[in-house]
Every structure is written in C-alpha cells, then in structure tokens.
Design a protein around this ligand. Sequence first.
Ligand code: EPU
Length: 417
Amino acid sequence: MDSFIIRGPSKLEGSVNISGAKNAMLPLMAAAILTGGKCVLENVPDLKDTETMSELLRGLGVDVEFNNSRLFLDASKIESEEAPYNLVRTMRASIYVLAPLIAKYGHARVSLPGGCAWGPRPIDLHLKGLMALGAKIEIDHGYIEASAKELHGAEIILSVPSVGATVNILMAAVLARGITIIENAAREPEIVNLAEALKQSGAKIDGEESSRIQIEGVREIEPFNFRVIPDRIEAGTFAAAAVITGGKIEIRECEPDHMHSIINKLSECGANIKLFKNGLTVEAPAKIRHAEVETGYYPAFPTDMQAQMMSVLCLADGASSIIEHVYPDRFTHVAELGRLGADINIDGSVAIVNGVERFEGAPVMATDIRASSALILAGLAAHGETKVLRIYHIDRGYERIEEKLVALGADITRISG
Ligand code: EPU
C-alpha cells in the first residue's frame, strides 16, 4: 500500500488548477445508462473512483474509454444488470446504477453498500423513493433486487436532503410516466450539474437549484455531451492548505460561487481571500483565528471539508468548535491528528479543538478520502517528517495531489508498496 512522506513545515505558494468534481462525475457516468447511447463527459478527473465506476459500467456492457480528461461512454449494449459486491464495497456511489437500470431496463441487482469507516450510511431513502415510483424491491443475500414494469410519478418527501437519494430518484423519475416531485431534495451543485445534463438530453426538470424538484417523465432521453463542474472540495482543500502553511495560493479553474461557506469560514479565520473569474487567491493570516464551524447540507459548510478545517483550527489562536450535523461520527481523523500534537476533545457530534503552537511530524494512518487530505495538510505544517499511510483513499478523490502540492513548494514523496 502506498504512503506519503512529507517533510515540513513548508509555506505553499503559487497557483494550482482544480480538476473536475468526483461527486458530479459519478452520477453523470451512471446517467449514461438512461440514454442508451454514446455520451461524452468533459473535465473528468483521473481518479481511482473514475476507474471503479468505469469497471462497474463495463461489467454491465457499457463501453468506457478515458482519454485526457474526456470520458466516452457507449451504453447502447447493456448485457447485465448487476453491480457486484467487490466493486460496491470499494465505492458506495456504485448505488447510482440502481435507478438508471430499473428505469431503462426494468431490473437491477445491486449489492448493498454496507457501512463505511465512520459508521453506518443507510440507503433507505433511495429505496423508499424508488418504491414510491413503482419499483418492487427485495433484499436477497446482501443484494438489492429491484424490478418494475413501468415507473410512475409520485410525490416524495425526503426526511433528510440526501444527495444520493436525490440523484437516484431524479434519474428514475426522468423516465417515469407522469410527474414526480421531490420535496426536501438535496441542492448541492453536483445535483444541479446532473439535472442540467439530463435536461440537455431532453428530460423535463424544474427547480433543481431549490429543495423542491419537479420532473415530468419522458419516454426516452438523448445521449449527452457534458462538462463536469470543478471540484469545490478539492478547491477548498487547497484554500485550507494556503492557510495552514502560512502561504498564498491562486486556485484556478474552480467555481467560487459553489464555495461561499468555505470562503466565509476561512475568512473568519483571518485568511485574505480575493475572488476572480473562475478562481480565488487565498493568503494566510499571520496567526489563524479560532472559529465555530457547523457542517450541514448545501449551502451550509460541507461535511467533506470538516476534517481539513479541523487541521487548520488545530493551529488557531484559541479554542474552536466543530459540530458535525451530517455524519455525527465522522471523526476518525481526530486520533491521528492527536499523534501530530493536536488537542481535540470529542463529545458526541461536537469537537472542541484547542489551538496548539505547532504540529510535530509522526506516522499517521488515513481512513477515508477527506481524513487523508486533512492529515496531508497537517503534515505540510508539521515540523519534521510525517508519514501518511494508506493513501489509496486519497487516490480515490484527489487527482495527482502530490504533483500539485510539489508545484506549490511542498516536500512530499509517494512511497510505493
Ligand atoms: N441518509 C439516510 N438515508 C439514506 C441516505 C442518506 O438517512 O437513504 C442520511 C445519511 O446517513 C447522512 C445524510 O443522510 O446523515 C446525508 O447523506 P447523503 O445521502 O447526502 O450522502 P451520500 O449521497 O451517501 C454524498 C457524497 C459524500 C458526502 C455526502 C454529504 C457522493 C458520491 N458522496 O454521499 O462524499 O459526504 O454526500 O454531502 O456524492 C466524499 O466525497 O468524501 C464523500 C463522502
């Protein structure tokens, strides 16, 4: 298993280009199934998750080719409707093939994803939503067996604005007979991106930027040629890197409009942030100010930036608090940050982060994508050598992160094996 050796502290300076968003690209890849034709995605990041989703789609009979940030998907010959356990367990977003397969082919067999490193991640809302649209769903030996002769519209009220449930219900509703309304829908930019691609293909969708999405089913949709939005979490991670290392980074090819909560919070910490078209410059303060952070659904502060923000606040001038509202147990990075000298106390979903003078390098272990990036940020600021083990998580969600960091002046090396 690969690891990173980071020698710090380094002050990051320069500019970085942001890649396409993993969490926008994954549903778009699955949506190609709905078109039954040849789709093209632009600005696709070269990630482990891109490979995993490609492998999953190939197993269904989709021809997938990746070439220089373009992904060519030919979904005209679906031969299987099964998403196997060995792929679903490595990438939960595999669940996104469920709705397109039922809506287009009337049947799907998808492995249940199970829990993840920081606790249970249910999919009950996906299943209830699809059942409301007329799908028959049974759980058989760890697999979801879903079938439907024809899907029909329905009014679905989500108890929480789940991104995944909104994606699956939206994709199914596009080909269902009649009108579907999703109340309390997720409003993340990745949902809007998906809705825009589907609309370009002939789907009838309204209100995708609000919490009430209305979909009028159509008989079929055309293949799409569509551009994936920039990754707001990757951009936020580089913004945090500027702040934690006392540096200044120009973050290009991103969408600051998707990043208000991140920009506001880092500004509160004293960062000097200037926006320009498709980018922002983030300059660290002389001393990071403490802050109160609460994660939530878009447009609130994203849970996917919580770990990185925690690394930043570890070096602040006083005590900060972080309340994790989306995944109350998403704190696997806390003990690892402690190994670098952080002073953090957890009480349920609340973390109190007492600022310390500095991090000291140490070996640490990554447990998920964002915990990994938080540990890398801390390692960049730490004095001495930090070894981050199990970085396969980072390869799932950050494109060429070490190359990008080295170009900004970091001393980071990948050790294979
Ligand atoms: N939830 C339910 N039932 C469901 C679905 C969700 O109770 O059927 C709850 C979850 O337990 C959680 C909340 O709803 O408390 C939100 O979960 P959501 O469904 O929105 O999460 P997701 O779709 O599984 C996506 C991202 C995650 C990101 C979350 C929250 C993708 C592929 N994944 O997951 O990204 O943390 O939304 O924004 O888009 C990451 O990129 O590192 C990552 C984990």
